[in-house]
Each structure stands twice: as structure tokens, then as C-alpha cells.
Design a protein around this ligand. Structure first.
Ligand code: AMP
Ligand code: ZN
Length: 137
């Protein structure tokens, strides 16, 4: 379950060196080379899955468990005041590497970063239309 052209396959499986903060049989967790904040890390499954929708449920659950564990470790060791989990799927959503990864982003007061969106102002009717479309009812 590897893709020979995928850089995260090579990193996750140790063919390209990385600053690894955690490794087990199924995952490697590395420091991001273009970090949003100090400690910004990426959880990488060792097998290749393009995105969340390709990921087996069990692997998705394991990734979230790891995020909780390593997030707590980073908060403690780096003195983070908060934490963002970010996970992009698809080019229009900001995904640039098409091997599933979960961003662990420790946050510090006045770190100067902003991870967010411009809030819309939908009417109740618009919300109901969207709800019905998603739920198929
Ligand atoms: P995304 O935009 O969600 O696909 O995130 C890709 C992330 O991978 C970005 O934050 C990059 O800085 C990071 N990145 C790309 N190449 C490497 C690499 N060789 N080692 C570590 N991080 C990388
Ligand atoms: Zn890959």
C-alpha cells in the first residue's frame, strides 16, 4: 500500500529523513518543514491513502487517538496555550500533498497565526435547505 511517487510514503517509511517525534508500526509523526507554529507536526500513516475518504475507519480512529496523546505531550513540553487539529482534503480545501495527514498545531498566545474562516450569514431557510440536502430528506 505504497505509492512510489509519493513523498510522504518515502518519509513515513524512513526512505527520506525527517524530524520524527513518534513512530510505531502504522504511523510516523514528523515536524512540518513549513510550520505554522513551534512544534507543528504531521501524523502520517505508513500506508498510502490519498485523503480522509480513502482512509480505513480503524486508521482514522488511531490517528485521532495519536493526536490526543501527542497534543497533550506537546502542550506540556512546549508550554502551548491551545491547539488546532487541521486536516485538508482536496486541492480547493488546501491539500497540497495527496497522502492523508493530520496537522497538529500547538498554539501560543500572540503567536500571530490565524486559522479560520470568514463567517457567512445564512437564513434559517437556507440552513434548512442545506440540512435536507445532506440528510436526503
Ligand atoms: P497540506 O497543505 O494539508 O497538504 O499540508 C502539507 C504540509 O506538508 C505543509 O504544511 C508542508 O509544509 C508540509 N511538507 C511538505 N513537504 C514536507 C516535507 N518534506 N517534510 C515535512 N513537511 C513537509
Ligand atoms: Zn503516500
Amino acid at each position: 500500500m505504497r505509492d512510489d511517487n509519493c513523498i510522504f510514503c518515502k518519509i513515513a517509511n524512513g526512505e527520506i529523513p525527517s524530524k520524527t517525534i513518534y513512530e510505531d508500526e502504522r504511523f510516523r509523526v514528523i515536524l512540518d518543514l513549513g510550520p505554522a507554529t513551534k512544534g507543528h507536526a504531521l501524523i502520517l500513516p505508513k500506508d498510502h491513502y490519498a485523503d480522509l475518504f480513502a482512509l480505513p475507519e480503524e486508521t482514522a480512529a488511531e490517528a485521532m487517538k495519536l493526536a490526543k496523546k501527542l497534543g497533550a505531550q506537546m502542550k506540556e513540553k512546549l508550554g502551548a496555550d491551545g491547539f488546532n487539529l487541521v486536516q485538508n482534503n482536496g486541492e480547493c480545501a488546501g491539500q497540497t500533498v495527496f497522502h492523508f495527514h493530520l496537522h497538529l498545531i500547538p498554539r501560543f498566545k500572540e503567536d500571530g497565526q490565524k486559522i479560520g474562516w470568514k463567517p457567512g450569514k445564512p437564513s434559517q431557510e437556507e440552513l434548512e435547505e442545506i440540512r435536507a440536502a445532506i440528510c436526503d430528506e
